[in-house]
Write a protein that binds this ligand. Structure first.
Ligand SMILES: CCCCCCCCCCCCC/C=C/C(=O)SCCNC(=O)CCNC(=O)[C@H](O)C(C)(C)COP(=O)(O)OP(=O)(O)OC[C@H]1O[C@@H](n2cnc3c(N)ncnc32)[C@H](O)[C@@H]1OP(=O)(O)O
Length: 661
């Protein structure tokens, strides 16, 4: 039982109401044993907690994921669970919404028995064995709360954690408040639970999080402009895969494959690099084995320098250095080494997948599989199809992503695909704001206050500033031989901030060099500190270029960075790079740390109001006519002209034939 029907939350609810039902079961004179097979989530677990005993199958999973939907467990979960397993463990489960295995549930005391057999049959036998036992001690609502001496401290720490990790989300905080009420007599605790639930139930955050839940499932129902789609295309089985290039991304991808039980050929061209990769990958795998407490066959991965092993694989993911010529050469080689049916996938984050496809003997079997770092942690996968990718190739990559535990989003090939394409105007605005008077920490603090996991400059330092530098050089925006513009700098006719290039030229490449936009403890350090050098550098830059710094408020930072990103999102939709705006929201929430409680950038635009987004973009464009990314997209204008329809109707307003595919 995976809990309440989430769709019902946005329409009038029908009875019977769950709370009185659970209370009636608990108060009953017959022993009721919950038999848990599969899932007991949300209202499902709350129902089980109202039963007198719980028997779970060993493969069952239990949890209270309401927080991920912007809610609290409001059918007594916040009152019964702390009574059963204590405040610290209950707080952890309720605030994070994480699922626990049957084995862990037994250790925690949530279930009375775990069985390998049919849980229903075992529960019936168990019920017979307890039929004469008194039930009075089995009614959790009557238990006195298990209050440890340091409960105040525990609750305070939980509250601090909820604020910090929630990044502005209300539900985690309400979860702590509801659990706190489990100190009170049960009926008073329930009143508090209901009060908090009523506050959250109709909140914009809950709506946004429930939109995220369905969006992450909707993207699995992909389609391509040629009519191929998820239910008319068949994925191939992947019995063995290869990863070529064992840098950070390749290692993470190899780990994902092994964890999913897929045998992997992990290939490098350099002996030293291969050994380094072997150490890191095996250490990561052993850590996972310990964490998940699962038996994993570590022999599933074979490290090699030899291409001949590639003959036996069904799919290759290349993750070599981001260099088009190098990748094209590799793809040409793979065409002759691999079996003619082998799918050739690239993990490029921005190179032209169509060009890579032309280097092979099988362009129909080439797709992009764009993982996000760290590949073994981030749940997003962009599956990039070209004009020649076959439905079967796309279906296979999408299915493989799901098998790896990712949410796969099908996107058409275009520069930067979706995520990085929308990121460019955002990063660009941040650079302009520095020129105009802001500091990296002012910009980052505004963005983090909004709820992003990391501000733009901290994120750039983490990814490595040389990544963008290389892209800008390849685009002819900077580098030897590129003429420097006038004040303000212009390149290719538009305003261009060379600040990031200048920082890179100083050898400041981010965390890996110990400094970038911030200062770190040393190379590889993580603690970002404001750097007086950067402040002096910015002041000098403004002085040399005659720029009068001005005070820039939080609102301007947010509007310029976020609305520029959203504006590019509308252009992505106009170009029909994705099926609908839902895909953009999924990509940003799962891949770029966009706060889920705002739904994602496009959903957020709808909440702010499209006329407001348009109005602010028009304003900033008047002030900065030399920044094309601030020019409102035609689709945004059209939607506003049509009265700002809801997000699921946006695609109806795109003119036929506007697709660039
Ligand atoms: C002002 C008024 C105040 C009113 C106060 C109101 C008080 C109301 C009190 C109400 C008390 C209710 C208390 C209970 C609350 C809850 O239970 S909230 C729900 C909690 N449960 C969850 O969050 C579980 C969500 N589901 C999952 O995690 C996964 O789906 C799964 C169960 C683990 C299965 O995963 P998987 O096998 O990968 O399949 P999916 O692709 O995810 O799902 C398959 C399809 O099923 C749909 N679906 C799944 N769960 C739900 C659900 N709970 N409700 C509706 N639909 C669900 C999912 O969307 C998929 O659908 P399709 O895409 O159409 O195939």
């Amino acid at each position: 039982m995976s809990g309440a029907d989430i769709r019902e939350f946005s329409r009038p609810m029908t009875g019977p109401a769950l709370v009185p039902l659970i209370d009636a079961i608990e108060a009953g004179e017959k022993p009721v044993v919950a038999a848990i097979e599969g899932m007991a989530l949300g209202g499902g677990l709350e129902l089980a907690l109202g039963c007198h005993y719980r028997i779970a199958h060993s493969k069952a999973q239990l949890g209270l994921p309401e927080v991920t939907l912007g809610l609290i467990p409001a059918a007594g979960g916040t009152q019964r669970l702390p009574r059963l397993i204590g405040f610290p463990a209950a707080l952890d489960m309720i605030i994070t919404g994480r699922r626990v295995s049957a084995g862990d549930a037994l250790k925690l005391g949530i279930v009375d028995q775990v069985t390998e057999r049919n849980a229903g049959e075992v529960a019936v036998a168990f019920a017979r064995s307890v039929v004469d036992c008194p039930l009075v001690s089995r009614r959790l609502s009557t238990w006195p709360p298990l209050c440890p001496a340091d409960l105040d401290n525990i609750l305070q720490m939980a509250l601090a954690r909820a604020w910090q990790r929630g990044r502005g989300a209300l539900a985690p905080v309400a979860c702590v408040q509801a659990v706190q009420a489990a100190r009170l007599p049960y009926s008073q605790g329930m009143q508090q639970e209901q009060k908090l639930m009523s506050m959250l139930f109709a909140s914009p955050q809950a709506r946004a999080l429930q939109y995220c839940f369905f969006s992450q499932r909707a993207v699995g129902k992909w389609s391509m402009p040629n009519g191929a789609c998820w239910d008319n295309s068949t994925a191939r089985p992947i019995r063995k895969a290869a990863v070529i290039g064992l840098g950070t991304m390749g290692r993470g991808i190899a780990v994902c494959l092994v964890l999913a039980g897929i045998p992997v050929i992990a290939m490098e061209t350099d002996e030293k690099q291969l050994e380094a990769a072997r150490r890191v990958v095996m250490a990561l795998l052993e850590k996972e084995v310990q964490k998940l407490a699962v038996g994993l066959h570590l022999g599933l991965i074979h490290f090699t320098l030899e291409q001949r092993y590639l003959r036996e694989v069904d799919l290759v993911i290349e993750a070599v250095f981001e260099d088009l010529a190098l990748k094209k050469q590799l793809f040409a080689e793979l065409s002759s080494v691999c079996h003619p049916d082998t799918l050739l996938c690239t993990n490029t984050s921005q190179l032209d997948v169509d060009q890579l496809a032309t280097a092979t003997s099988r362009p129909d079997l080439v797709v992009g599989m764009h993982f996000f770092a760290p590949a073994n942690k981030i749940k997003l996968l962009e599956v990039v199809f070209t004009s020649r990718s076959s439905p079967e190739a796309v279906a296979t990559a999408m299915q493989l992503g799901k098998w790896l535990g990712k949410v796969s989003v099908a996107v058409a090939n275009c520069p930067g695909f979706v995520g990085n394409r929308m990121l460019r105007p955002y990063v660009e605005q941040a650079g302009f704001l520095l020129e105009e008077g802001a500091t990296p920490e002012q910009v980052d603090s505004a963005l983090e206050h909004f709820g992003l996991a990391m501000g733009v400059f901290r994120m750039s330092d983490l990814s490595g500033l040389d990544v963008g530098w290389r892209v800008r050089k390849a685009a002819g925006l900077t580098g030897p031989g590129v003429p420097q513009g006038q004040l303000l700098q212009t390149q290719q006719g538009y305003r261009y901030s060379p600040l990031a290039d200048l920082i890179c030229q100083k050898g400041r490449l981010g965390q890996k060099t110990g400094c970038g936009w911030y200062l770190y403890e040393g190379p590889g350090g993580h603690m970002a500190r404001p750097d007086p050098w950067v402040h002096a550098f910015l002041e000098e830059y403004r002085r040399v270029h005659g720029l009068q710094p001005r005070s820039i408020g939080q609102q301007e930072v947010l509007e310029r960075c976020l609305f520029a990103l959203i504006n590019e999102g509308f252009r992505v939709l106009e170009d029909r790079i994705v099926m609908d705006p839902v895909a953009l929201d999924v990509i940003y929430v799962l891949g770029y740390g966009w706060p889920a409680h705002t739904g994602g950038p496009m959903y957020y635009a709808g909440e702010v109001g499209l006329p407001r987004v348009l109005g602010r973009l028009e304003y900033y464009q008047r002030v900065h006519p030399d920044i094309p990314h601030l020019r409102p997209s035609a689709l945004l204008r059209q939607l506003v002209a049509k009265g700002s329809p809801p997000i699921h109707k946006w695609m109806w307003h795109i003119e036929e034939g506007s697709s660039r595919l």
